[in-house]
Design a binder for this molecule. Structure first.
Ligand code: FO1
Length: 311
């Protein structure tokens, strides 16, 4: 069974890791959001891509979910002392990734190739692909005007009120090499419990990808449990956009693509309403607070996915 996982952010990385633990490397392709990529301190930083890779490699920071374990911040401290921008928490180990990626990009290597080489160096088995080699920055529409994603997310701590998002240049962007082929060979697409607005929508907005994906069974896992976000601003975003945040709202979000939806057992009372969207449902324990739970949720999702494929 060949699986594609769409992922971005910490929740996405955790389920991708669970899937990687139970599937053969050649059966899993993880397509990662690059809408949150940005240039900072002269370097190209790809936070979601790095979060997924560090998590799969076992190098990630278990406290934050992003960045590296056993990290120090000497370089950032020095930037601060010199009066430079210190709002983005780049650690010393992490800095090495951005330096080497930026060096290679300046040499003309595409992001997908650099990611492949990094994954090999880090001993990552599954294929990890950036959604595109083109730059498609997410722009947050807010009560303070248009904000680049990391400016909104990290620098302004998600304080501005959002009114929408746009993915700059997505109309003419191409999926990264390997993305369309992986879609054509896939049996099932898993949307990880990532933020639908800023982690998954940028991937689904790629024109070529949208048409490929429509023909595949797709299962999404809710990042909202009991009306609360496990991590990040997803609930705040739904509220500011005038939508009651819930697993049901997430199912509605993906309604056009979805064949199955996985949501947490605390939201069991939403099941019949979700089923009315014409999707099959799986009520499961979706909180991934340990590696065992990542693996167990991945197993549940795949078993459910097998059912969907037989439909
Ligand atoms: N998120 C924060 O909230 N504060 C940070 O200082 C921060 C630094 C950082 C450094 C490297 C990296 O790969 C990710 C980092 N993140 C930080 C997380 C990241 O910006 C967001 O989680 C994603 O962009 C949203 O998925």
């Amino acid at each position: 069974m060949k699986i594609i996982a769409l992922a971005g952010g910490v929740g996405g990385a955790k389920l991708a890791d669970g899937l990687a633990k139970i599937l053969l490397p050649e059966d899993l392709t993880i397509i990662v959001n690059t809408g949150d990529d940005f240039e900072h301190l002269g370097l190209k930083i790809c936070p979601d891509l790095d979060t997924v890779c560090y998590t799969l490699a076992g190098l990630g920071n278990p406290q934050t979910g992003w960045g590296r374990a056993d990290e120090s911040f000497n370089a950032l401290e020095n930037v601060r002392q010199l009066g430079g921008p210190d709002w983005f928490g780049v650690g010393d180990r992490d800095l090495g990734t951005h330096l080497e990626r930026t060096r290679r990009l300046r040499e003309g290597q595409p992001l997908s190739q650099i990611t492949r080489d990094f994954c090999k160096a880090w001993g990552i088995g599954p294929t990890v692909l950036p959604m595109s080699d083109d730059s498609i920055p997410t722009i947050v529409l807010s009560d303070e005007g248009e904000l680049p994603f990391q400016e909104y997310f990290v620098h302004r701590r998600c304080e501005p009120r959002v009114s929408g998002f746009r993915f700059q240049g997505v109309e003419t962007a191409a999926p990264a090499p390997g993305v369309v082929q992986a879609m054509r060979e896939a049996d099932l697409v898993v949307i990880c419990p990532s933020n639908p607005w800023v982690s998954i929508d940028p991937i689904l907005a790629l024109p070529t990808l949208k048409s490929e994906i429509e023909s595949l069974p797709m299962v999404a896992v809710s990042p909202i449990i009991g009306g609360q976000a496990v991590k990040g601003p997803v609930v705040k975003m739904y509220q500011e956009l005038g939508i009651q945040p819930s697993a049901l709202a997430v199912a509605r979000h993906y309604q056009d693509f979805l064949s199955g939806f996985v949501f947490d057992q605390v939201d069991q009372d939403l099941e019949s309403e979700i089923q009315q969207l014409n999707v099959l449902t799986l009520c499961a324990d979706t909180l991934m607070t340990s590696p065992t739970q990542r693996k167990r949720l991945a197993q549940d999702v795949l078993k459910f996915g097998t059912l969907l494929m037989e439909k």
